[in-house]
Design a binder for this molecule. Structure first.
Ligand code: GLN
Length: 285
């Protein structure tokens, strides 16, 4: 027998191996749940997958498994999600960081290269993933971040603290959170850009995430419009604004930027080949 079991023998205890065989979840997700419950590495888990499990850990697994089978995002069940190589706390009430948002951060990091002590603003920070990643990757950067949601700011502050990032947080709607602050070298945002009528809001992970972080409750462009139109008053001349947006919004965002006095307006494609980030340089003021 290649798997080491005696033919016909039935183990009288539960093991990671036996529970995994019975699960209808993908093997990777089963392992992620066990790693979370047992607080072990994947390598350890695989090496010990025939060890007997305590009954209470099996009960815990079954509880988490049923949440996952009901569609709850893995990041909410585990309480964290990797972004730009770091682990961020997430919780209900806050958007789960997405891989495509790494393009926004990478674009920001490229732009900030060589700028001494740049001032950066992240609008609608959620978990703080963008602001914290910028603060940790740009030495001397002074990063401010806002969110309307008090729940999001609790998580964002914890992320900044646990990852050792210096970020100043403000609560409020877009620029209203920042009375008296201007002179930024860069503004970035991943605002809610899904149109209220988009059926995706009722599907998959999005059903579990806060509507406030996903949709503007309108045509999908209203938050992007507010951010673009208010940016000039907050940016230094020659400074940049980069925005994440939906798969079909790049042209509209480029037009908004051009109308608001931005030049060198361009869109960048994510790993799926979708124009996902658009930005430009503010030349007036
Ligand atoms: N990118 C997310 C999604 O489409 C939406 C988040 C947002 O609106 N910023 O699932």
């Amino acid at each position: 027998m290649t798997d080491g079991a005696t033919p016909g023998a039935q183990a009288d205890f539960d093991s990671v191996y036996s529970v995994s065989q019975e699960s209808s979840l993908p093997r990777l997700e089963v392992h992620m749940l066990w790693q979370h419950i047992l607080q072990v590495s994947r390598a350890w888990l695989i090496a010990h997958d025939r060890d007997p499990l305590a009954p209470d850990t099996v009960a815990r697994f079954l509880e988490l498994q049923s949440r996952r089978l009901a569609g709850e995002p893995m990041a909410y069940i585990l309480g964290h999600r990797e972004f730009m190589g770091r682990d961020f706390l997430v919780g209900p009430g806050v958007l789960i960081p997405r891989p495509e948002t790494e393009l926004l951060v990478e674009t920001a990091l490229d732009y900030l290269q060589g700028l001494p002590a740049p001032r950066v603003l992240d609008l609608g920070t959620g978990t703080g993933a963008i602001a914290v990643s910028i603060a940790l990757n740009v030495s001397g950067a002074r990063v401010a971040a806002t969110d309307l949601s008090a729940d999001a700011l609790v998580i964002a502050r914890r992320n900044a603290q646990e990852l050792g990032a210096e970020v100043e947080f403000f609560q409020g709607s877009w620029y209203d959170a920042l009375v008296g602050h201007s002179g930024f070298d860069l503004i970035v945002s991943n605002p809610p850009y899904i149109a209220a009528c988009d059926p995706h809001l009722g599907q998959g992970d999005l059903r579990f995430e806060p509507a406030l972080a996903l949709t503007d409750g309108s045509d999908g462009l209203s938050a992007l419009r507010t951010i673009v139109q208010g940016a000039g008053a907050r940016l230094k001349p020659g400074a940049a604004l980069y925005l994440e947006h939906g798969w079909d919004q790049a042209l509209a965002v480029r037009q908004l930027l051009q109308q608001a006095g931005f030049t060198q307006v361009a869109s960048l494609q994510d790993l799926a080949g979708i124009e996902r980030v658009t930005g430009g340089i503010y030349n007036q003021g």
